[in-house]
Design a protein. Structure first.
Length: 131
């Protein structure tokens, strides 16, 4: 289900997080579905368990998954999965925009520009550079 690109500049925990959010949004991971354990996924992907644990923590903070102690980690069942996934994506963008030093107005403007650049297929084409 999850594949990592070792040549990507995106950290492995973020690649995991993004792929789980997308799988929830698309319905590939249904509400209530159990995710692999941190140790199992780390072993399957050849990562340290802490890397997978970080992705799971961020997914839980965004409301995409719920950890139930020894029972495991499950796709959240309350609310709409698409809304949770959209919120998780928005939260990640907001964190990244702040990390880049963008103020709120600029961050919102970039979202509007990105939405305006989306053709019907949903694939993003970057807006022209601003001077």
């Amino acid at each position: 289900m999850i594949t990592l690109d070792p040549d990507s500049s995106v950290p492995p925990y973020e690649q995991i997080r993004v792929q789980v959010v997308e799988a929830v949004r698309s319905g590939a991971l249904a509400p209530g579905m159990r995710l692999p354990t941190v140790r199992r996924l780390a072993e399957d992907l050849g990562l340290a368990p802490n890397t997978v644990a970080r992705a799971f923590r961020e997914l839980e903070q965004a409301g995409v998954v719920q950890t139930r102690g020894r029972a495991g980690t499950f796709v959240e069942t309350s609310g709409d999965a698409t809304e949770r996934a959209a919120f998780a994506a928005a939260a990640e963008y907001a964190r990244r925009a702040r990390d880049l030093g963008q103020d709120d107005d600029d961050a919102v403007r970039w979202v509007r520009d990105a939405l305006a650049a989306l053709p019907p297929t949903g694939r993003l084409t970057p807006p022209p550079r601003r001077g």
